[in-house]
Ligand binder design. Structure first.
Ligand SMILES: Nc1nc2c(c(=O)[nH]1)N[C@H]1C(S)=C(S)[C@@H](COP(=O)(O)OP(=O)(O)OC[C@H]3O[C@@H](n4cnc5c(=O)[nH]c(N)nc54)[C@H](O)[C@@H]3O)O[C@H]1N2
Ligand SMILES: Nc1nc2c(c(=O)[nH]1)N[C@H]1C(S)=C(S)[C@@H](COP(=O)(O)OP(=O)(O)OC[C@H]3O[C@@H](n4cnc5c(=O)[nH]c(N)nc54)[C@H](O)[C@@H]3O)O[C@H]1N2
Ligand code: SF4
Ligand SMILES: [Mo]
Length: 715
């Protein structure tokens, strides 16, 4: 072990826990963390922090965080136990298990699932290829298809690259129309916007307007000028009505976009029947209100239409995200300061990674389309359990917890126990990794350096920052990227292929920076080390058409796939009208999720400071719905869906619209055999135990974890 340095030290760091990437200053004494504070000199986050930042310490110190590889041992009576093993044995066994399945059943028998923290850990992004180049399997999955897949598709269709996201330029905007997002709890997503509350309030303070559409009166709705309840899954009708009103009242003006934009006339004709009246019948928002919002939006100085999880993980996710961009385009708000702009990050993924593709192959059992060489996570269980050629028999998971995060988690939980072999790259023994044969735990985040490859690309300002490790790497420990390299090399050896020399992630970043858009300003890793709070390249700027990655550098708005999807929408809602339920009867309810600022998906419940206080894993239900069902407030209820049932405490709340119930995701830590002491004591239930693997956006294959039809009865 290195002798711990004993002096007090200040370390500059980006918090990697969420997309806001706030700058923090961590003061240490030897191996102790004395304080974690917001970095006022960070040009992006300007000193902002949320309560999770302090968990950087808890996460680092957590006694449950694995420091050495584990091997599952099953005794003669079928009982599992875990043995701590050395790295050499762990890597050799992991390589052997994967290669054996490969050799016996072919490459597609290997499945891969990569979770959300992958994109917060640049070494995983730069080095995962060292392993996966050996396993070019069709059975790749990630959290993308329970999340932002529709955003990627809309960007690919309209702008020619999956990561070319228009970013709300909130600091210069006059009007924001926001659907299905709660940035005050989530701290923003596909929109890196630290201190979003202050930025939203500033819009109102300068006379602008924020309009929020959400089935819950959220933390964000509370700071908005206007909030409207919207029935889950009906946003496409609302967005179409907005666009339709803009066209029919002659409010469209593509302005500066006209020289390189076409196809809007085709869209105008295709959506002529989607009127504000039609939307009003289904959304619960009056036609007059929809038209007023359309007029306000189109005539505001600079306006943003933005939608996130709530409009992405539902039955019309891709159609919604495409319509949102068409509204921005038709009103000339794309590529306009105060509207939505593209970033120009110091290391530009749009120039360094491929654009992505769609539907080039399909899943074996259900024939769902791939996106960017990944299949929808909703088919993972059936691909493991359905016999036949290319059935998944071995699985590699990295930084993911799909048992808790993907629809019908119980089914997947069961499927994982049927695998021949499984390896997990993860610091915890949790609901998913407990099925692994080998768990490979990486170093803690504070033990490696950090550059944000993903989120500068989505930020409200062009900045760059590189952080050195806060603590030395413990002897014998391996970073995620080193594990990928070491495992990849052992796989290569077994397959008789050449091993790859390993270049550290920081060196890759250095090369990228020096050939990136700010190369002329001398940017390098060394320069960033000399400016630990980050370097500011200023506010976002208009960049079209140069920034487009479509072949002809035009935006063609008449995208065939979403245009064709209008028929599905029309059919569903024309049919629904005929069978609209009797409001006096207690019919089915729609289940949606929610996020809390002290939580983060499934893996941040093991820190006392974050989970203390009242139970947050409750079912929110409108008092009217509670009364109709003879349920007692605060009692246990049973929530049933097509795939199963769970029991949870009900909380009466007028903040949730009638007909809708809300349960947070990421809980359900009661499962046998996990090693997360505090999380187990705040176990809660997993809402994905009742979400449905058949509830999808049929166009994109994205999971519809919002808007699940459920019944709620006294338990
Ligand atoms: N504190 C915290 N922060 C996080 C996370 C976390 O778990 N906790 N997770 C991170 C991740 S991975 C992500 S992707 C982001 C997500 O970031 P956001 O999308 O901003 O977060 P959500 O809270 O999921 O917001 C979705 C909203 O959609 C609403 N909604 C549900 N169904 C519908 C619908 O049909 N229509 C409309 N209009 N609204 C609907 C919900 O009520 C909710 O308010 O947050 C990130 N940040
Ligand atoms: N019902 C419902 N389901 C949802 C959502 C919802 O709103 N409602 N949200 C969806 C969204 S937006 C997302 S992004 C997904 C998230 O789904 P996942 O990515 O599958 O799950 P996480 O809960 O983020 O789990 C992250 C895992 O990574 C591990 N980990 C953390 N840091 C590191 C690291 O640095 N290296 C490695 N190797 N491992 C690490 C943790 O221990 C944990 O096991 O869930 C989705 N599922
Ligand atoms: S908002 Fe909180 S969790 Fe997100 S980066 Fe900032 S401090 Fe970290
Ligand atoms: Mo996410």
């Amino acid at each position: 072990m290195n002798a711990p340095a004993r002096e007090r030290k200040k370390h500059y760091r980006a918090c990697h826990l969420c997309e806001a990437i706030c700058g923090v200053v961590i003061e240490t004494h030897g191996t102790e963390i004395l304080s974690i504070k917001g970095d006022k000199d960070d040009p992006l986050s300007r000193g902002h922090l949320c309560p999770k930042a302090i968990a950087l310490k808890d996460l680092h110190k957590d006694p449950d965080r694995l420091r050495q590889p584990l091997k599952r041992v099953t005794n003669s009576t079928g009982e599992n136990s875990w043995e701590t093993i050395g790295w050499e044995e762990a890597l050799t066994s992991a390589a052997q298990g994967l290669v054996e399945v490969h050799e016996r059943h072919g490459v597609h028998a290997i499945g891969v699932y990569m979770g959300n923290p992958t994109v917060h850990n640049y070494g995983m992004l730069t080095h995962q290829g060292n392993l996966f180049r050996h396993f070019r399997t069709n059975n790749r999955f990630s959290a993308t298809s329970v999340d932002q897949l529709p955003h990627h598709l809309a960007s690919l269709w309209l702008f020619g690259h999956k990561s070319l996201f228009p970013i709300p330029d909130i600091d210069h905007s006059d009007y924001m129309l926001m659907l299905g997002a709660n940035p005050i709890a989530s701290n923003g997503s596909i929109w890196t916007v630290p201190d979003v509350k202050k930025r939203l309030k500033a819009v109102r303070a300068r006379g602008g307007k924020i309009v929020v559409l959400d089935p819950r009166y959220t933390e964000t709705a509370k700071v908005a000028s206007e909030h409207h309840f919207i029935k889950p899954g009906t946003d496409a009708l609302f967005l179409l009505a907005i666009l339709n009103t803009i066209f029919s009242e002659g409010l469209d003006d593509t302005a500066h976009l006209r020289p390189f934009t076409d196809g809007l006339d085709v869209v105008r004709a295709a959506i002529a029947n989607f009127t504000a009246e039609f939307a009003a019948q289904h959304t619960s928002i009056e036609a007059g209100t929809i038209r007023r919002i359309a007029r306000e939006f189109a005539t505001a100085g600079a306006a943003i239409c933005y939608g996130r999880m709530g409009v992405s993980t539902q039955a019309y996710g891709a159609l919604n995200q495409w319509l949102i961009q068409l509204i921005n385009i038709a009103t000339g708000n794309l590529d306009l300061p105060g509207g939505s702009l593209f970033t120009l990050p110091a290391l530009d993924q749009v120039s360094t990674i491929g654009p992505g593709g769609f539907a080039r192959h399909h899943s074996r059992v259900r024939n769902l389309p791939e996106f960017d060489r990944e299949l929808p996570a909703a088919v993972m269980a059936e691909e493991i359990t359905t016999p036949g050629e290319n059935q998944i028999r071995a699985l590699f998971t990295g930084a993911g917890n799909p048992v808790i995060s993907t629809p019908n988690g119980r089914q997947l939980d069961d499927a994982l126990s049927q695998l021949d072999f499984m390896v997990s790259l993860d610091p915890y023994l949790n609901e998913t990794t407990r099925h692994a044969d080998i768990i490979l735990p990486p170093t803690s985040a504070l033990e490696h350096d950090h550059y944000d490859l993903a989120f500068h690309t989505n930020a409200v300002r062009n900045t760059a920052r590189f952080n050195e490790p806060v603590f030395d790497k413990p002897e014998g420990a391996l970073h995620d990227w080193e594990i990928f390299t070491e495992l990849g090399n052992r796989v290569a050896q077994r397959l008789g292929r050449e091993a790859k020399p390993s270049i550290a992630p920081a060196d890759i970043i250095d090369l990228g920076l020096q050939s990136g858009p700010y190369a002329d300003q001398g940017i390098s890793v060394q320069m960033l080390k000399d400016h630990p709070s980050g370097i500011d390249f200023g506010p976002l700027q208009p960049q079209l058409p140069a920034r487009l990655r479509t072949k002809d550098k035009w935006i063609h708005c008449d995208t065939p796939e979403p245009l064709a999807d209008l028929a599905r929408l029309n059919e569903e809602f024309c049919a629904e009208k005929a069978s609209s339920p009797d409001p006096a009867q207690a019919g089915p309810l729609q289940l949606i999720g929610r996020r809390h600022v002290r939580s983060n998906n499934s893996w941040m419940h093991n820190y006392h400071r974050l989970v203390k206080g009242p139970n947050r894993c409750t079912l929110l239900m409108n008092p009217q719905d509670i009364q109709q069902r003879n349920i007692l407030e605060g009692s246990e209820v049973e929530v049933r869906s097509r795939v199963g049932a769970l029991q949870v405490v009900v909380e009466a709340s007028a903040e949730i619209m009638p007909g809708v119930v809300s349960l947070p995701h990421g809980f359900g830590h009661h499962r046998e055999g996990i090693r997360m002491d505090i999380a187990q004591r705040h176990a809660g239930v997993s809402c994905n135990d009742i979400t449905d693997e058949y509830a999808l956006d049929e166009l994109s294959g994205n999971a519809a974890v919002n808007g699940i039809s459920v019944e709620v009865v006294p338990a």
